[in-house]
Design a protein around this ligand. Structure first.
Ligand code: SF4
Ligand code: SF4
Length: 108
């Protein structure tokens, strides 16, 4: 079972391949046949079962085109989208990381 779910907003993608370059398990690629309205081949995932949910791709994407859902927080009985931690943008992801690193410190 995968540990992460990756979703792309294909219309925001400009095919820069930055996400592809930072995926540690090499499961991202540009779509073979699909072209978005801007004329780019959008990024896509080839084998989501290998995704480790690291969110490197979402952090790297300059256009906020990637959402990573951390499957660790989904229970087998409740797979509601609203229950899934979402790193919809790099900003959200970095904010989460910051909070974890601060360990609850209140000196911001
Ligand atoms: S979350 Fe990590 S493992 Fe999954 S596709 Fe993105 S970079 Fe690759
Ligand atoms: S980093 Fe973002 S814009 Fe670039 S190819 Fe990946 S999804 Fe598309």
């Amino acid at each position: 079972m995968s540990k992460g779910l990756v979703k792309f907003d294909e219309e925001r993608c400009k095919g820069c391949e930055l996400c592809i370059s930072v995926c540690p398990v090499k499961i991202l690629t540009l779509h073979e046949t699909r072209i978005n309205s801007k004329g780019y081949r959008p990024a896509c995932v080839t084998d989501v079962s290998k995704c480790i949910g690291c969110a490197n791709c979402a952090v790297m994407c300059p256009d906020g085109a990637i959402s990573v859902y951390n499957e660790a927080e989904m229970s087998s009985t409740s797979l509601k989208r609203t229950d899934v931690r979402k790193f919809s943008t790099a900003e959200n992801f970095l904010r989460m990381r910051y909070k974890e690193e601060q360990g609850g410190r209140k000196d911001e």
